[in-house]
Design a protein around this ligand. Structure first.
Ligand SMILES: [Zn+2]
Length: 420
């Protein structure tokens, strides 16, 4: 079938970025489409690969292209897209006929949660300024166990902050956690903040910082994150300025097999690798931080949404890393903990096999170049049978982050058993 007529009808609001007016998704339909065979997968992927005018939230997964794909379609394009799905016998569900109304559910139900700069809550998603002021106040209030890390400045001039949580000056094995590299995955920074709060402010967790040091960077891409709050909820990339479009995918910007499979040289693509490795100041800052602490870091965890997965290298090849047994065993152990806590079944495996190629990602570089052998991505789960994906209503935040913390404790337990 000739797709061009269809493609020309579909609107992709993300690339119309010359103005800063807030993108409205009023009347946009959200579909979850199941692809059951390779041909269906290929057809849908062709739409995604050849043209950016369709807004894919999640592509069909696995090497046989089976799985679920989520798409948001403008009112003007809806009839044509619907016809395409029917003609090709896709099994699909329309999650909402007004994506904008789904976005409203992310706003806090009331403002009664407004709190001082010294504390944080998990009833709402916080802006970058609030996150930074919370980190600063922790560093002031708990100088014996925290150290504020100012690791760099973003393209738009925002300060990148992290927290080093360390009980005393003794050199100890360290766990590194980053979140928010992808702007629209709001629940990931929320979990990072919860981890910080639990480690620093909850004295019941003192044992977690006794023998292990932590560095947590709760928001690695604040320019993109702020843009998702002010202008376009579904923005994924940084906000560096290109010739035609803004932003690179910061998780394709690392210098290990940079520019290979699963990344794009089209600067308007959502998986644009950047003009060169470490072109994005946020990623350069993150690289320098990791290299500074590489000798101590035994485990790194990158928080993303959504997927319900625990992933490890490689992203550039389907070959397996040398320590695959250990990676897999620990991943499965954490998945079991998370299943007990959340009832959700987490998949475990290498990114390239479970999801797709993603060359230039952080975990490959962290393992191969920084020499940190235990490096994972946690893709946090969607809610309500896939209807809530990046868009997770604020009323679910607290439950999800507190239960997911159990998985972080399992990671800690392993590091303590093996390295202390
Ligand atoms: Zn992500």
């Amino acid at each position: 079938m000739n797709m061009s007529w269809l493609i020309s009808l579909l609107i992709y609001p993300l690339i119309l970025i010359t103005n800063t007016e807030k993108v409205s998704y009023k009347g946009y339909n959200m579909y979850v489409i199941s692809t059951e065979n390779e041909e269906q997968g290929r057809k849908l992927l062709a739409v995604q690969n050849q043209n950016l005018k369709i807004h894919f939230l999640k592509q069909a997964v696995n090497s046989k292209l089976q799985g679920l794909t989520s798409v948001v379609v403008s009112p003007q394009s809806n009839a044509a897209f619907n016809a395409f799905l029917r003609k090709n016998n896709y099994d699909f569900q329309i999650i909402t006929k007004d994506f904008e109304s789904l976005l409203k559910s992310e706003q806090p139900r009331s403002k009664r949660f407004a709190v001082s700069p010294n504390s944080i809550n998990f009833e709402e998603y916080h802006r970058h300024a609030k996150i930074n002021s919370y980190l600063r106040s922790l560093a002031e209030t708990y100088p014996n166990i925290t150290n504020l890390l100012s690791i760099g400045t973003t393209t738009e001039g925002r300060e990148l902050l992290g927290l080093n949580i360390s009980y005393n000056d003794k050199v100890k094995p360290m766990i590194l956690i980053d979140a928010g590299i992808h702007a629209r995955e709001w629940i990931a920074p929320a979990l990072a903040l919860y981890i910080i709060q639990q480690l620093v402010e909850n004295s019941n967790n003192a044992k977690l910082i006794k023998n292990v040091d932590w560095i947590v960077i709760p928001l690695l891409n604040p320019d993109g994150y702020e843009y998702t709050h002010t202008t376009n909820r579904l923005w994924r990339k940084t906000r560096s300025r290109g010739k035609y479009c803004f932003g690179a995918d910061p998780n394709r910007n690392f210098n290990f097999h940079w520019g290979e499979r699963g990344s794009s040289d089209d600067e308007c693509s959502d998986i644009y690798r950047g003009s060169k490795p470490f072109s994005e100041p946020e990623i350069k800052a993150f690289r320098d931080l990791i290299l500074r602490y590489a000798a101590n870091i035994k485990l790194s965890i990158s928080l993303h949404s959504f997927g319900q997965l625990i992933l490890h290298p490689w992203t550039y090849t389907t070959n397996l890393p040398a320590n695959i047994k250990e990676l897999n065993r620990l991943g499965i152990h954490v998945a079991e903990t998370l299943k007990n806590a959340t009832k959700a079944n987490y998949g475990v495996g290498p990114v390239s096999q479970v999801l797709y190629y993603a060359a230039g990602s952080n975990i490959d570089w962290i393992m191969a170049v920084a020499g940190i052998n235990l490096t994972y991505v946690i893709e946090l789960p969607p809610q309500h049978d896939n209807t809530m994906q990046f868009i997770l209503p604020s009323r679910f935040i607290k439950d999800l982050v507190s239960k997911s913390f159990e998985g972080i404790k399992t990671f800690h337990e392993y590091i303590e058993n093996v390295y202390v």
